[in-house]
Design a binder for this molecule. Structure first.
Ligand code: ADP
Length: 240
């Protein structure tokens, strides 16, 4: 069963166009949304979340169209389109007291579980957290209201290789808890390490959307690695 369906998203800026973007996000899977800087990942994610208004296209979560069901859908998803920007000088425990009032699905046991798993100190303020901890803090908030799908824009960028690897392991453990994880990245090794599915975007167009295994078997020429395939495809799109 798919958790999200994106059909025919188009958005035109003066010097960029998102063209007929379609893909789905499967439940219990990690989907890596890969593309170089400026390929349209953030524009797609913001359109999916209705944070910007696409010119056309349809987005649905859990079989419900975003249009008309946004409040209900947003209670069931967790998203982050940047690092923590709210109340940088409030302790996590005080932030939680504010955030939990918005969610009737808030789950204190889940909050304790992920606080422990992420090794976050609830007496710290966002301003005192490293980049990796800020990402975990965003995840903590999302998972404590039992988000069934996480939509994360570039969660690994700005992290050192150790924190990146740790975050990717966390994605895998969330997947085993039944959470669908969708994250954008320009780092091919992120995909190699943990993604089940790949959505590959280049110049505002989806080049491929499939399982990672199918992607490699469809595109690999003479035993190329995922990185070799993507670099070759990117060159061929440029020359097209
Ligand atoms: P990515 O997340 O893959 O790096 P983005 O979706 O952020 O790419 O950006 C894709 C293109 O759209 C870029 O060329 C960017 O300059 C352009 N763009 C993004 N937002 C706006 C905007 N509000 N107005 C005009 N152009 C924009």
């Amino acid at each position: 069963m798919d958790r999200a369906e994106i059909r025919g998203l188009c958005k035109r800026y003066p010097s960029f166009e998102l063209k007929d973007v379609s893909f789905s996000i499967g439940s219990g899977r990690i989907t890596g949304f890969i593309g170089r800087n400026g390929s349209g990942k953030t524009t797609t994610i913001k359109s999916m979340l209705n944070l910007i208004h696409p010119d056309s296209g349809e987005v649905s979560f859990f079989g419900l169209p975003m249009f008309g069901n946004e409040a209900e859908i947003k209670k069931r998803i967790g998203y982050s389109t940047g690092t923590v920007s709210w109340y940088p000088r409030k302790k996590i425990r005080d932030l939680v007291a504010i955030v939990k009032r918005f969610y009737d699905t808030w789950d204190d046991a889940a909050y304790r579980k992920y606080l422990d798993l992420f090794q976050l100190d609830e007496n710290k303020m966002p301003i005192e957290l490293s980049e990796g901890m800020k990402v975990k803090c965003n995840l903590l908030m999302a998972l404590s209201h039992r988000a069934e799908i996480l939509i994360l824009d570039e969660p690994t960028s700005g992290l050192d290789p150790f924190s990146r690897s740790e975050l990717l392991e966390i994605f895998t453990s969330l997947k085993h808890d039944g959470v669908a994880v969708f994250f954008s990245t320009h780092i091919i090794t992120d995909i190699e390490k943990c993604a089940d599915d790949i959505v590959y975007i280049s110049h505002g167009k989806i080049v491929a959307a499939s399982s990672k295994d199918d992607f490699v078997s469809n595109y690999s020429e003479s035993g190329e690695s995922l990185e070799d395939i993507m670099l070759r495809l990117e060159r061929s799109v440029l020359n097209a």
